[in-house]
Write a protein of this length. Sequence first.
Length: 171
Amino acid sequence: MKNICDKKDCTGCFACYNICPKKCIEMKEDIYGRIYPYIDSNRCIECGLCKKTCPQINKQSFNEPINAYAMYNKNKEIRKNSTSGGAATTFYIETLKNNGVVYGANNIENGSFNFIRITDESQLYKVKGSKYVHCYINDCFYLAKNDLQKGLKVLFIRYTMPNCWFKFLFR
Ligand code: SF4
Ligand code: SF4
């Protein structure tokens, strides 16, 4: 297999990267900063899972919002160290208190922003604040799926432009 979806349609979402059973997809950035998957055809077993999971070539199903709320965290320190009134931090803390796992975009490390998995409140400073850049999901979908299969509560917050949506995954 050569391409999963056309480069012009690819959002660099990492879904194909996470599903590949042979780990033979490499996500590479071009000179314009666009991240696109490249397949090592020597290791590919043509299972087709990457194509099946690509949101750009498969029909998506969406859920209607159940409720909408406005909020801010009453703790001034949290508000000062966060964005959007500390809403995400509030949900992160609550999830961890309930023995859950949270995923969010890390502050810049080795020249790029990456999603990370956190199980300890002391690490939350790493994911505080919005990052208006393309972050590397890396293997976080794979890890989150494992967590859900183990019965853990998972909170995954991802903010994308220009659609500006938060994605919350709970169990
Ligand atoms: S066809 Fe299967 S093995 Fe090949 S890149 Fe896609 S997911 Fe990986
Ligand atoms: S799954 Fe995501 S990263 Fe992979 S080809 Fe499709 S849009 Fe691009």
